[in-house]
Design a protein around this ligand. Sequence first.
Ligand code: FES
Ligand SMILES: [Fe+2]
Length: 329
Amino acid sequence: MTDRTNHLIAVGLSRSLKRKPIRLLFEGLPIVLFRTQDGQARALHDRCPHRHAPLSGGKVVGDALECPYHGWQFNGSGALVDMPCHVGALPRMAVPALAVQEAGGILFVGKSGGNEPYLTCATGPDMIAMTMENRVRSTVLDVAENILDATHTHFTHKGILRGLSSRRYRVKITVTAGADWVEAVYEGEPRQEGMVSRLLEGERGKGVARFRAPGIAELEFWGKRRLNLATTFHLRQEDADTVHGVAILAGPRQGGFGWLKALMLRPFFRIALGQDQRVLEASKNNAALFGNPQAAIGPLDILREPIRAILEGRVPDIAGETVIHEMEL
Ligand code: FES
Ligand SMILES: [Fe+2]
């Protein structure tokens, strides 16, 4: 089993946490995120120990969060620091706190701190990145598979990620896996004719689709020599029906990408995400009407089982092996 208790998990964008506390579900429990006076992000269980009021309904006072009910105040570590109307020494009380780190404009929360959060495969001083977040009614398994699956793009994203022609090319796919990751490398695809590929220019070298614990799906689009574009999706099952995703769209500052291109890409990226969201939600709702039967696993669904294993904390069956597939893409 892989130990995932110390993973830091992306829960949102730094820019959406301002003066007002935010309540969200983290691993099944409501937590409150807030910023202390010096701008530090903090996370506590969103329950006042006094009468269980959600602390997120209160406000930040200095470095503490004030409960909206009787005004008790808790600092960023969760310790009770003020109890209005009370005379004398404060009783020792606390709200459980979680570790928070901010990196690359993303808020990460974990049970324990100390680890560096994983941000994206495309890091370095010559890379620029944009972030966005979204929620979709689905499961992490279905969303991750959707992001990494090449076969739906001809239909769901015709004209955006793929050209309008039905021309296909024989592509070689090399799948490798470790204890908590799986990766598929696509070779033999020429440059694609969709809008996104047109914007990126350059020859297509290879494509990489990767899933890694705890819930990170990423795509790399390589030119002949360098990485042209990378997208990293941090996925989190917020409640039984909702996946929260934080996406990073990154590319090299020079040449193929640049700010202008990044800005031009963003609307296409949003359209593609909307197309995926519609098909995922329609499928989920439809499955429910049929009593949620088992989904059929076809021979092209090469990453679903490894992704499922990683999400369940198991080592994928193909770990340590190299599996070669061929597809007409
Ligand atoms: S419920 Fe929070 S102070 Fe009373
Ligand atoms: Fe898609």
